[in-house]
Design a protein around this ligand. Structure first.
Ligand code: PLP
Length: 403
């Protein structure tokens, strides 16, 4: 028998590690969502850069329901057709020769960091295990990934952290030059820092990082959990930059809302994950892989990728206009359909107020830290929904500005 539930139940039965909004979405279609009361929202959040094709996209519903009639799960002592098809498509579309599947961004990064260390120690000895990451980066919530992530608020308070991890400033090549050595196993970079404020790396920086990694025989790991699968306007952001990593992690948009993560790498590196070195019960699950294959089929086409760039321009035009009209924002930045509106000094620390005001106007947006309002909509959001959502956003911004 179904039970009536409301937001109040959250505070009684859920572990209090989240503070969800006061409405509960119950239905979505494209870039529109409805809550329990029937109120409609334009979705510029996309489940934090996850719902790459919006809600209930027919191709994804078809892939999921067709696979659901076939086989849901097999253990890793067997392989399955959707996983093999998806891996083949990822390999064909990228620098990679090999793919490891898991269930989330954190797990993809956990696999990447373990593989990088295994490669380094196998190839160059037990002293080569250091990982260099950047301040303000985010790589997930497992203990290794919060440790590599550059935000102590996520890694403090849990006792001793894994050792051998250093942090340096982002977009600062001199800082990397000073920190990197022959003990470095890997340098880990988000091509655009997502959670850290939608801050893109410069091309010169990523080119320089690649060179320093090569000089010191260190692997370059790109965390493309947020930027991957079309979000940047290319299939992966490394293609926009023309800088190829040794290991790339992908999740979020890859499943379009169905949990999946993937680590992509080359043959020479992959071979260091021999049988039994790493694994996951659900990684490569047929349902997840069937949906992800359908996501890739839609996203990785010239039409969809060109559409993302055109929609970026539409978003940025609206945001710059609202910034000029209200004075609320100092800068609009980002790539493809990952954009950030950086709050002007007078509004610093108040990104959540803008999110709450937007929800009151029927619009879902995100924050990226306290100072940036973030937008990560469906990659195929109709222009009319962009315009309507921006009309709502402008009203929300004016409400905050008016106090
Ligand atoms: N890496 C990046 C760049 C992310 O943005 C995130 C999530 O926000 C993660 C890793 C962690 O992904 P997940 O929450 O799926 O574990």
């Amino acid at each position: 028998m179904s039970q009536t539930v409301s937001r109040a139940d959250f505070d009684q039965v859920m572990v209090p590690n989240y503070a969800p909004a006061d409405y509960i979405p119950v239905k979505g279609s494209g870039s529109r969502v409805w809550d329990q009361t029937g109120r409609e929202y334009v979705d510029f959040a996309g489940g934090i850069a996850v719902n790459a094709l919006g809600h209930a996209h027919p191709a994804l519903v078809k892939a999921l329901t067709e696979q659901a009639q076939k086989v849901w799960h097999v253990s890793n002592s067997l392989t399955n057709e959707p996983a093999l098809r998806l891996a083949r498509k990822l390999v064909d579309a990228t620098f990679a020769d090999r793919v490891f599947f898991c269930n989330s961004g954190a797990e993809a990064n956990e696999a990447a960091f373990k593989l990088a260390r295994k490669w380094a120690i196998d190839q160059h000895g037990s002293e080569k295990y250091e990982i260099i990451s950047t301040t303000n980066s985010f790589h997930g919530r497992t203990f290794f990934t919060v440790t590599v992530g550059g935000q102590p608020k996520y890694s403090d308070g849990f006792g001793p952290r894994p050792t051998g991890v250093k942090h340096i400033a982002y977009n600062d090549l001199a800082a990397l030059k000073a920190a990197i050595s022959d003990k470095t196993a890997a340098v880990v970079i988000e091509p655009v820092q997502g959670e850290g404020g939608v801050l893109p790396a410069s091309v010169e920086y990523l080119k320089g990082v690649r060179e320093l990694c090569d000089q010191h025989k260190a692997l370059l790991v790109f965390d493309e959990v947020q930027t991957g699968v079309g979000r940047s306007g290319s299939l992966y952001a490394y293609m926009e930059y023309g800088v190829t990593p040794d290991i790339l992690t992908s999740a979020k948009s890859l499943g379009g809302g169905f949990p999946i993560g993937a680590m992509l790498t080359t043959e020479a590196i992959a071979k260091h994950f021999g049988v039994g070195t790493h694994g996951s019960t659900y990684g490569g699950n047929p349902l997840a892989c069937a949906v992800a294959e359908a996501v890739l089929d839609v996203v990785n086409t010239p039409e969809t990728l060109a559409g993302i760039k055109a929609k970026h321009a539409r978003f940025a035009d609206h945001l710059n206009r609202i910034a000029n009209a209200t004075g609320a924002f100092a800068e609009v930045r980002g790539m493809g359909l990952l954009l950030g509106a950086v709050l002007a000094d007078a509004y610093k620390g108040r990104a959540k107020d803008f999110m709450t005001a937007a929800a009151k106007e029927g619009l879902m947006v995100l924050q990226a830290g306290p100072d940036v309002v973030r937008f990560a909509p469906s990659l195929v959001i109709p222009d009319a929904d962009i315009d309507e959502g921006m009309a709502r956003f402008e009203r929300a911004v004016r409400a905050v500005v008016a106090g």
